[in-house]
Design a protein. Sequence first.
Length: 223
Amino acid sequence: MKNIMKFLGFIMLTMIIVFPMVSCDEEGNPVIGGGGTVTITGGKNENDKITATSKGSYIFSGFSWYYSDTEEGNFTLIISPDEAIGGRDGDEFTIPDVVNSVIRLNGKWIKAGRLSAKGTVYSNAHGPIVASEAPIPTITISGEAKQGATITATSSEATFTGNFTWQISDDGNTGWTLLSGAFEANNSKFTISGAHLGKYIRARRTSGTRQYYSLPIGPITAN
């Protein structure tokens, strides 16, 4: 009987060591084995800088940033044009266009030793994110709305990502479709052809998850 009790005691001790309990600190941040947390600090406005910080005796190998509509929802990896995804402890991250969402980061932890362990710890949910009060980005087109002319699109904000795309419409209000034709300089320049006579053209560019459009030019006339 004594041997059985000793054996059961050994099994229970092994489970406690190999499978540490997950608890939380006073702010609700997960604590791995009672020895490590990861938190987000900083503003909650679009384009604010936020910082990832780890605390405790574990090694955090890197952070990945996620967002969700709710704290209990499915979190999606954030893709940012100007900041790396994941990073070292203390790295800053610029909040992208995820207005009304919350942000969370995942930290990879490693506990070295005789019984090595590794896993993921989750930060507090940071948010909801508020829209920035910065001016709304604008796109403008310069050049004549004539056959054979080359028109140029320019944007007011450096936060725009990707190339311009051009669209065409019969009436300048509805039925916009992607335009094919002669593009130059990362699509910022477009040459109007005879196929566009009588129609309207506008430029589009992306900032975060939002699409911005120029005012249309047209109707296109013969040269």
